[in-house]
Every structure is written in structure tokens, then in C-alpha cells.
Design a protein around this ligand. Sequence first.
Ligand code: 13P
Length: 249
Amino acid sequence: MRSKIVAGNWKMNKNLAETEALLTELVAKLPDTQAEVMVAPTFISLHSAVKQLESSSIEVIAQNMHFAENGAYTGEISPDMLLDIEVDTVIIGHSERRAYFGETNEILNKKVVTALYKNMRVVFCFGEKMEDRKADNHFKVVESQLKNALFSLEASAWSNIVLAYEPVWAIGTGETASPEQAQEMHAFIRKTIAQAYDTAIADTVSILYGGSVKPANAEEIFSKPDVDGGLIGGASLVADDFVAIIKAI
Ligand code: 13P
């Protein structure tokens, strides 16, 4: 059985007090669910979020980390620093990191390898740009992102990987992939993994969809057989919206 997951990526939003307030509201409104619920506040708020959610089922995860264990990397955060505050899941490869911070598939591969070596769980993001889709290159782009960043991993590593397909054109734009487009790509991702590894791995890896998931469209997207949940940006910043999306799964 694949895990169902709803994760909120807060990006560079919410200060310490706002984080505490949003988490308080979320905890109060959290519905009964079989799904794993995760939130990714900024680094500044991670430690206090972990402490605040100590007795909650909501997991606090990080938005990024460096691939080195320590050293002269001004402004960066190491995996051990995250583990030290009991954060053992990290988002790697978000399209904003690729686009604005020059993170290539090679860098992302190093981050994934370090995270797995540290026994962390990785939520690995990837997805095509609009120009790729228009040129009918979206399957090729996604395949090469997976291949270059992940397919050198040993089969056993995959139990600590969650995939998040986030078409760049759907992020923060209000435009979502249709449920059919999401299903088509998720099925393709599973087929690609089955070819590179085997069907057991392809069938057990959770594949989340991300890109303008809202209360109004979540249920239809989540109803698709290969969509195992969502990575939510804007709507995860509003407790009622995030709760509605959790209910939709
Ligand atoms: P939006 O839900 O705001 O489109 O963001 C999606 C995303 O980037 C999650 O990582």
C-alpha cells in the first residue's frame, strides 16, 4: 500500500508568530485521516514548529538542505542540523530552487544521496515548463529529471523517497494540470521507474501532484489512481483551505 500524503510547502512565508498561529489553527481543525500530513515552514521556524507539534500527527519537514555534512558554505543548512531538531524529511528539487538558485540535477543528486545516507526521507520535486509541454517534450523532460537525479540510487533507497510531480506552469499560477494530465504523467512516472527498477518499487512509491491544488479541485485530482496526494503551496497557508484539501484525500 502506498502512503497518501498531503504536504504544505510554505515557501518564504510566515514569520515565527504567524507560524505558531497557523499551526495552532491547523491542530485544532485537523480532520481524522489515514493520510500523512506534513508542513514545511521556513528554517527560522522549524525548531519551534517541531516543539509545538510534538504531540500532533502533523510532521514538520524542511524545504531544502545542503549536500555537505558541514563546512564553509555560508548561508546553508546541513542534514545533521535538521536531524538535530528532529526534522528527518526534506523537500529536494523544488522548481524554485532549480530556477532561482541554480540547482541542477547533479546538485540535486548529491543532496538526495546525502539525505538518504543520513536516513532521511526525501520529497523529490520535478516537472516540466510550459515550453516543454507545448513542444510535446514533457515526458522526455520528466524522464531525464528522474534519471539524472535518482536512477543511480540503489533499489533499497526508494523506500525513503516520495515523488512530487509539479509542472512549473501550474505553480502559483492558478492554472492546474487537469486530473487527466496529472494521471497521465503519474502513470508515465510509474512506468519509467518500473523500467529502471521494477514494478514493486514503481507500485509502492507515493507520487504527489503539486501546482495550484485548491479545495475546489483537490478531490478530483486525488481521485486519480496514480495520484497519492499533493504538495500544496498557496492553499497550505490558509488553515481552512489546507484542512479542506486534507479532507479531500
Ligand atoms: P501552489 O500550490 O501555490 O501552486 O504551489 C505549489 C508548490 O510549488 C508546492 O511545492
